[in-house]
Design a protein around this ligand. Structure first.
Ligand SMILES: Cc1cc2nc3c(=O)[nH]c(=O)nc-3n(C[C@H](O)[C@H](O)[C@H](O)COP(=O)(O)OP(=O)(O)OC[C@H]3O[C@@H](n4cnc5c(N)ncnc54)[C@H](O)[C@@H]3O)c2cc1C
Length: 445
């Protein structure tokens, strides 16, 4: 290939927008490779032309982490099941596999993901590369389940990283922000399929904060949503049951009604009324605490963990030491009251176990997550900056796929292994073939 020959897999770039519609870019080229060989060819071409390559997953990050000004590489054709190690409960998946494809892949094998976040639209590579997590004091983020990775590196080589090959790179590559190369496949440690017994109940904010640690640790998966301007929260407590336990699904109609009509349509309505008449927000939020969350059901884990999100929003999420959650949330409440903001979207609180991926928000500490949201038509900036100041006082670490205002210098103080990650990046991508402005900001140029 000469420098003038554009590989057939590259096409003139078209404008891309992320899910929350806050980031957009028009790449020079778009590419949707259907083989590892084509990925290698694209990286070779990019080197020859001095172009940057950025892989995009499902575009569900709220930040510009996936924005590709040079070559936008979409790995959605590299999807599906590639290999199974039934004895160890491990599967090798194409990097572009969406989480919602997994039940059909893992179900027949009697397997499931150990934990999930609250949606299943992401790709497995995008979700793990940004540290996507669910909730559960004994459970770690999705990236901790990766046991092997195949990466196309900046020198267009295909590198295996696993417990037995280049193992020193695993803590960086499992949660690599897309900065180390193109993940073409990854192998996940799964668990035997299980059911979740789900209990959703309203409760008082102070009561939940006072007993937070007990609630967070006494059930497998605990989380709650607090409606600003109210004293009420909706709690969700999910307990794990064996895969052959009796299912008690919510039923197609009532599930559809609750998730799509109540959760999404009512939420959109609340947000729109709040925009037109901000003074009504506290009363509307009090109404919301009454219509949301008072049900019990029992179903396959993926049915309980993930639900549809049709109301677009923007989000910032910070990881802080778990024991600091009650104080931090009370601080946020005081801030909202003091500044007179009218916030129509709930604040979400989750927990996770400590892990050892270098850039994990839960690296080395038992973690509580506090996430703030704003409707996508509302201005999020002042609210998010204010809450960020509160959470930075608790040595908060921002989710890599969600809005924040920190840079490499401040993040290096929060992550003991930030320097180790940058060293791995220097080794694998010294010319910064896989960078973009977001990565320059959080890792350094
Ligand atoms: C409605 C909604 C709900 C959400 N819920 C949760 C939640 O419950 N918990 C949570 O933690 N997060 C949550 N998120 C955030 C989301 O999980 C992450 O932002 C995730 O990265 C999105 O995955 P994606 O496939 O869209 O990746 P993208 O946003 O497209 O990409 C993210 C990063 O991954 C890199 N990447 C993607 N594919 C590859 C590859 N093959 N090789 C190398 N790098 C790659 C990209 O370059 C980029 O750096 C939510 C987001 C939304 C919009």
């Amino acid at each position: 290939m000469t420098i003038d020959t554009v590989p057939a897999v590259l096409h003139p770039g078209t404008t891309w927008k992320n899910w929350s519609r806050i980031e957009s870019v028009r790449p020079v080229f778009n590419a949707r490779p259907s083989s590892v060989g084509e990925v290698v060819e694209i990286v070779r071409f990019a080197r020859a032309r001095g172009l940057m390559v950025k892989t995009v997953g499902a575009g569900h990050s709220f930040t510009a982490i996936a924005a590709a000004p040079g070559i936008q590489l979409d790995v959605s054709a590299l999807d599906g099941l590639l290999d199974v190690d039934a004895a160890r409960g491990r599967v090798t998946l194409g990097a572009g596999t969406n989480l919602h494809q997994l039940p059909a892949i893992l179900g027949p094998l009697g397997l499931a993901l150990e934990n999930m976040g609250d949606i299943d639209r992401q790709t497995i590579a995008g979700a793990t590369s940004t540290g996507t997590h669910g909730t559960g004091a004994r459970f770690r983020g999705l990236a901790t389940q990766i046991v092997a990775i195949t990466l196309v590196t900046a020198d267009a080589a295909v590198l295996q990283i696993s417990e037995t090959e280049n193992a020193e790179l695993l803590p960086a590559a499992r949660l690599g922000l897309g900065a180390l190369g193109v993940l073409v496949d990854l192998t996940l440690q799964c668990v035997p399929a299980f059911l979740l017994d789900a209990v959703e109940r309203p409760a008082g904010l102070e009561e939940v904060l006072d007993g937070f640690d007990e609630r967070a640790t006494s059930v497998d998966h605990f989380e709650f949503y607090w409606w600003p301007h109210t004293d009420g929260v909706m709690t969700k407590s999910n307990s794990r049951l064996p895969g052959d336990a009796e299912r008690r699904p919510i039923g197609a109609l009532s599930g559809w009604f609750e998730d799509r009509v109540v959760s999404n349509t009512v939420l959109a309505m609340i947000c729109n009324i709040g925009r037109i008449a901000p003074a009504t927000t506290p009363a509307i939020n009090r109404f919301a605490t009454r219509v949301y969350g008072n049900r019990s059901y029992r179903d396959h884990s993926h049915e309980v963990f993930a639900s549809p999100r049709t109301t677009r929003f923007r989000e910032m999420e910070y990881a802080i030491p778990r024991q600091s959650v009650p104080d931090a949330l009370r601080d946020i409440r005081r801030l909202i009251d003091a500044r007179g903001w009218r916030i129509s979207f709930p604040v979400e609180v989750r927990v996770a176990a400590a892990d050892d991926n270098w850039l994990s928000t839960a690296q080395g500490r038992e973690t509580g997550y506090i996430a703030v949201h704003r409707y996508f038509r509302d201005d999020h900036d002042e609210y998010f900056r204010g809450v960020e100041q509160v959470l930075r006082a608790y040595r908060g670490r921002p989710h890599w796929g969600k809005i924040h205002y920190q840079d490499a210098a401040s993040l290096a103080e929060l992550y003991p292994h930030h320097g180790d990650f940058v060293a791995a990046r220097n080794r694998l991508d010294p010319e910064r073939r896989f960078t973009n402005p977001y990565l320059d900001r959080v890792l350094g140029a």
